[in-house]
Design a protein around this ligand. Structure first.
Ligand code: UT7
Length: 324
């Protein structure tokens, strides 16, 4: 059985960290204590003017290729999960494909907001398992700071910018849960919840971008419920008990969401990769950024079993089991 195995990874965070106190100094009516207590966030990265999503994605992709020791020309497909494309079109993925000099390899964006990376990973895995691609770059990249209304303290303190990339490669497996690579993935959506987390504009409605708006409490409640239930189902279907999972790698929205979800699944907090305090919520970039950091600092080791889960605007949500 063909498996999609992670052979490279790379991340990019723009500029210097912006602390909660820095936001106060910039005029946001908030405090470090409020943000830290309600969200766990202490700082985030905010891209300077001129740095775009494709810049961050390109840097992360280059590092993933270098880690794997393979040239961009050997990659069969590039997928960018993003909600903050450089332009409405062409896709950010084609821009990155061009910057990497990937000849004619297909490239496209996936738009599933904070679940985008899990969606993109699942799509990449499907292409690899059906034999249509051997190497796929899967990138989550965002400049979410550009979507924010800086006068809305309910939302502007939550998000940050960054990018993370994984290089997946086809490898022969036994077809068991002991294989390395993507072992399963499950995607979901509920379009009846569009209004709870959305942009106020867009090309086809208002012809401008608008800004991010969120009903925080409702999103919080649904995030915990949906992420926990999809993760529990993924484990049940795979015949894996929570204690067999080495690391839970959730979308990094809010420390309290991460803690509640882990508790419902039955995974102790010391087995949860947490980066939200220094990255903020980077939407589609949050899971690959967390994976890269934990792999680099030696927490995540080859052969370990990871459970990824995410939930975002749409709503969209999903989970994946991945043996590193
Ligand atoms: O990636 C997926 C998408 N996003 C999420 O998952 C986020 C989900 N939601 C959340 O994380 C939380 O709902 C928030 C962090 C957004 C808000 O936390 P909360 O505990 O639900 O607070 P709240 O919205 O109920 O607000 C409580 C109070 C309000 O004051 P009053 O009306 O009680 O006087 C707000 O005005 O906190 C006030 N407040 C703030 N105060 C200082 C809201 N934002 C701030 C702020 N600084 N930044």
């Amino acid at each position: 059985m063909i498996r999609s195995v992670v052979v490279g990874w790379g991340a990019e965070l723009p500029g210097n960290p912006v602390t909660n106190d820095d936001l106060v100094a910039r005029g946001v009516e908030t405090s470090d204590a409020w943000i830290a207590q309600r969200t766990g966030i202490r700082q985030r990265y905010i891209a300077d003017a001129g740095i775009t999503t494709s810049t961050l994605a390109f840097m992360a992709a280059q590092r993933a290729l270098a880690k794997a020791g393979v040239p961009a020309s050997s990659v069969d497909m590039l997928i960018v999960a993003t909600t903050t494309p450089d332009q409405t079109f062409p896709s950010t993925a084609t821009r990155v494909q061009g910057l990497l000099g990937m000849d004619t390899a297909p490239a496209f964006d996936v738009q599933a907001v904070c679940s985008g990376f899990v969606y993109a990973l699942s799509i990449a895995d499907s292409f690899i398992r059906c034999g249509q691609a051997r190497r796929v770059l899967v990138i989550g990249a965002e400049t979410f700071s550009r979507l924010l209304d800086w006068s809305d303290r309910n939302t502007c303190v939550l998000f940050g910018d960054g990018a993370g990339a994984l290089l997946l490669e086809a490898a022969e497996g036994e077809g068991t849960m002991a294989d390395r690579g993507v072992l399963s993935s499950r995607l979901y959506a509920d379009g009846s919840k569009n209004e709870l987390l959305c942009m106020t504009g867009g090309p086809s409605s208002t012809q401008d971008m608008g800004h991010l708006q969120m009903t925080g409490r409702e999103v919080f409640r649904w995030a915990v419920q949906r992420m926990a239930e999809s993760a529990i189902l993924a484990l049940e279907e795979a015949g894996i008990s929570p204690d067999q999972v080495d690391w839970l790698v959730p979308h990094q929205a809010n420390i309290r969401i991460l803690q509640s979800t882990a508790e419902r699944i039955g995974i102790p907090e010391e087995k949860v990769i947490i980066t939200v305090e220094h990255h903020g919520n980077t939407s589609a970039a949050s899971i690959p950024l967390a994976l890269c950091e934990a792999a680099e600092n030696g927490k995540i080791k080859a052969g370990q079993l990871l459970l990824l889960e995410a939930m975002g605007g749409g709503f969209t949500w999903g989970s994946a089991l991945l043996r590193w």
